[in-house]
Design a protein around this ligand. Structure first.
Ligand SMILES: [Zn+2]
Length: 253
């Protein structure tokens, strides 16, 4: 029987597997037609970020201000990266997907998230030489078993054809988890926490690098990573995340 099954053509085999294990919505576990997808109801709850957006912060604009336009927030406090895009706003449904990837051992959520990221970040990917994930602390990597940002970077690489490397950025020192810290504390917590691995300087110098993470909250972690990539001589650093947390905008006096 085993020999017989192993000789089945791959397509037939996949059909057989689909029959015995129907695909389930990544969010609510209702049966769905395609693997790594959402049911119509859950899909409708996602809040995709569509162009036009601020070129530096990826935040939505109410109307088109032309290619490369920057928001008041980006002009007042320019981020250390050049451009950024996020696929969706971080709300309930996006949080469930992030959670499914991070903790519920449904790595196929990464495929859907990466498809949305590749679409949202198509302008960044068009110029990119290298994709680099935000690294995870070794202890957390062991606890969680894998780095969700690395998985997203790998998937975006497969979809876009741009190479990725997981070993470019390293944690130069241990940091505490960012959850529960305010913006200033987050910045302090991760300042100088990242560096480009000495063996990888050549793969970064003069290159256009896309930094990948699952969620951007204050951006403190991404900022620290972008600074490290710049120090290593990257020509351009762009940030691509799955979700963007929209914080209340700071008053600019
Ligand atoms: Zn659903």
């Amino acid at each position: 029987m085993e020999i017989l099954l192993s000789r089945l053509p791959a397509r037939l085999w996949r059909g057989f597997v689909d029959l015995v294990t129907p695909s389930l919505c990544l969010s609510c576990s209702a049966p769905v037609g395609e693997p790594a997808s959402l049911c119509v109801t859950c899909w409708g709850k996602l809040k995709p970020i569509e162009e036009p957006v601020c070129d530096a912060l990826g935040t939505p604009f109410a109307y088109d201000q032309g290619e490369g336009a920057l928001s008041a927030a980006a002009l007042a406090d320019p981020p250390p990266w050049d451009r950024s895009r996020a696929a969706v706003l971080f709300e309930d449904e996006a949080a469930k997907l992030v959670h499914a990837l991070k903790y519920r051992d449904r790595p196929e959520a990464g495929l859907l998230m990466a498809r949305m990221m590749a679409r949202a970040g198509r302008r960044l990917m068009a110029q990119a030489d290298l994709i680099v994930p935000v690294p995870l602390h070794r202890y957390r990597l062991w606890k969680r078993r894998f780095n969700q940002s690395a998985l997203l970077a790998q998937r975006v690489s497969q979809l876009s054809g741009t190479p990725w490397r997981h070993d470019v950025l390293v944690r130069a020192r241990a940091t505490r988890a960012q959850v529960g810290l305010d913006e200033a504390a987050r910045r302090k917590n991760v300042r100088n926490a990242f560096a480009v691995c000495a063996d990888r300087l050549a793969s970064v110098a003069g290159k256009s690098v896309v930094l990948v993470d699952d969620v951007r909250t204050t951006g403190a972690t991404a900022e620290a990573c972008a600074v490290a990539l710049r120090k290593a001589g990257a020509r351009q650093v762009n940030l691509l995340t799955f979700a963007l947390v929209q914080l209340p905008s700071k008053p600019h006096i």
